[in-house]
Design a protein around this ligand. Structure first.
Ligand code: 0RQ
Length: 497
């Protein structure tokens, strides 16, 4: 034990997770590492959950604020939510127990653009950060940390927290050292300078996280894998969506609006996104690049087949097979992958400069192109906006994709009026379902409605949508974005097949 802790001061601070959890008190705000199931602390959160349960059992209050990079895993969000130990969660979650508590009104949740989180904490908008709990691959002799499979907000947490707890996870590959690029050039307004990334692979920082040794109160040794969920093999719906996108991109190249190597791709996680990446591999594209949040299996295929030259992200998000492959090929991948802090991976300035092609999922889109990514029926949170807003608003090309129906065909993804809006009509250029693609660019609201209903809605919902739109166009009220407000939010009834 201790081989991965080259700094003697920090070696002397090794203790168990249960001992370290005693450092945390009721009401504290804790910044934890972790992004899409990668690089989150594996031991401290569960020890903290046990401590909270014990305190609750003797009638003492104990709840904390949990701030992360993005979603984590059952050992973090799940364990703390089950213990009813989270008072405030931010900025993104996808855990079923968390979601249930938030929607039951038992837990507060702030859903933030992922690029905003670091600066909001620096600006002082979110309150004081008491403790940072950070997973590292190793601690170097000078006390700096080799990050693990995600960086997220770790730099901000380490810089701002009063106390630091480090988990050194010997399961993470030592060869990750050198893959990260931690940028220390950010400043607060009015002292900001341009971020000098001119192409996706540019390295502008250092490979490790700086850590003030005097703040470290505990070091915990762990040996546990990231939570990696497997992808379903692409189904017919995902394949169809991917097919429409590939055809569209090919068309854009032929019109001279995209170079043959495309522009840096951002792709969300999930089956559809994975199918699109697989489709890009088959579509004959070469020299691809990616400026994105997470590297998933489909992107690994592109990198290793030589179709993609370089990928920039803040985290890996791989299946168990993908994670194994990543380790096997890490020497090749080290030259092609850059992991950054999430304020930089999702930075509006860089996304705009590079001209990213953004591809994200949606829950519902209305006939005018407003997109809801986060809420079911306007009031229940699903996951959160994540990075979709960072990318969609600033992209060169902003694509949203979804099956045309949800819940076994009973719910239409295209609706008269979105019950919640994350991406306004101004941030949405293309919507794709398995039925087809709607290129909304250069069209007025009424023109967009016709294209969306015709190209993207499922046939069982098309008559109801067309009927609503035609009646809205004749109804009293403005003729720019016609609506019948009294019925705009009523669930659509599918036509019998
Ligand atoms: O729930 O499995 O319980 O049935 O929503 O839907 O169709 O499996 O699609 O996994 O791509 O998720 C928007 C949620 C789509 C996701 C969203 C239900 C549906 C299912 C999932 P069940 P699908 P996906 C970069 C960008 C925000 C964050 C983001 C998301 C579940 O893409 O969280 O974009 N996006 N980050 O049944 C009721 C509807 C519904 C519905 C879907 N209209 N009504 N339920 N569902 N539509 C991310 C990174 O790079 C990390």
């Amino acid at each position: 034990s201790g081989e991965r802790i080259a700094n003697a001061v920090l070696r002397s601070k090794v203790m168990s997770a249960d001992e370290a959890a005693l450092r945390i008190r009721n009401g504290m705000n804790i910044g934890m590492s972790g992004f899409t199931g990668s690089g989150y602390p594996k031991a401290l959160p569960q020890a903290l959950a046990r401590r909270i349960e014990a305190e609750h059992a003797r009638g003492a209050p104990f709840r904390v604020g949990i701030w992360t990079g993005a979603s984590t895993a059952p050992e973090l969000d799940g364990a703390l939510a089950r213990a009813d130990g989270i008072d405030m969660r931010l900025p993104y979650q996808s855990d079923p127990t968390c979601r249930a508590r938030i929607n039951a009104g038992e837990m507060e949740y702030i859903d933030l653009h992922l690029s905003h989180v670091g600066q909001f904490v620096w600006f002082g908008y979110l309150g004081h950060l008491d403790v940072a709990v950070i997973e590292a691959t190793a601690i170097l002799e000078d006390g700096s940390l080799v990050p693990s499979t995600s960086i997220g907000n770790n730099k901000t947490w380490l810089d701002l927290a009063d106390a630091v707890i480090i988990e050194v996870n010997s399961r993470q590959s030592p060869a990750l050292h050198g893959m990260h690029d931690v940028y220390y050039g950010t400043a607060l307004p009015p002292h900001r300078r341009p971020i000098p990334i001119l192409s996706t692979g540019d390295r502008i920082g250092r490979p490790t996280l700086a850590c003030d040794l005097s703040k470290v109160v505990a070091v915990i040794e762990t040996d546990a894998p990231d939570r990696n969920s497997a992808f379903n093999p692409p189904d017919a719906v995902s394949e169809a969506i991917a097919g429409h996108i590939i055809e569209f991109l090919t068309h854009e190249v032929s019109r001279g609006r995209l170079p043959e190597t495309l522009l840096p791709i951002q792709s969300g996680v999930g089956n559809v996104a994975n199918a699109v990446l697989a489709g890009l591999g088959r579509g004959g594209f070469e020299g691809l690049t990616s400026y994105t949040e997470v590297i998933q299996d489909g992107m690994l295929d592109l990198l290793l087949s030589g179709r993609m030259d370089v990928a920039s992200a803040t985290a890996l998000s791989l299946s168990p097979a993908g994670a194994e492959r990543f380790e096997r090929e890490i020497e090749t991948l080290r030259r092609k992958v850059v992991l950054r802090t999430q304020e930089i991976s999702n930075h509006p300035e860089v996304i705009r400069r590079l001209g990213v092609i953004a591809m994200n999922g949606l829950i519902e889109a209305d006939i005018y192109g407003n997109v809801n990514s986060t809420h079911v029926r306007g009031s229940s949170i699903m996951n959160g906006i994540g990075g979709s807003g960072d990318f969609a608003r600033n992209a060169y090309l902003s694509i949203f994709m979804t099956p045309s129906t949800a819940k076994g065909g009973t719910i239409s993804a295209i609706v008269p009026m979105a019950t919640h809006v994350d991406h306004t009509e101004h941030d949405v250029q293309v919507i794709v379902t398995e039925r087809g693609l709607a290129d909304l660019r250069g069209h007025s609201p009424k023109q967009r409605a016709r294209i969306l209903i015709e190209n993207c809605a499922h046939p069982t919902f098309q008559p109801a949508l067309a009927d609503y739109f035609e009646r809205a166009c004749r109804a009293p009220g403005g003729r720019h974005t016609p609506h019948i407000l009294a019925e705009a939010l009523a669930p659509l009834v599918p036509r019998e097949r």
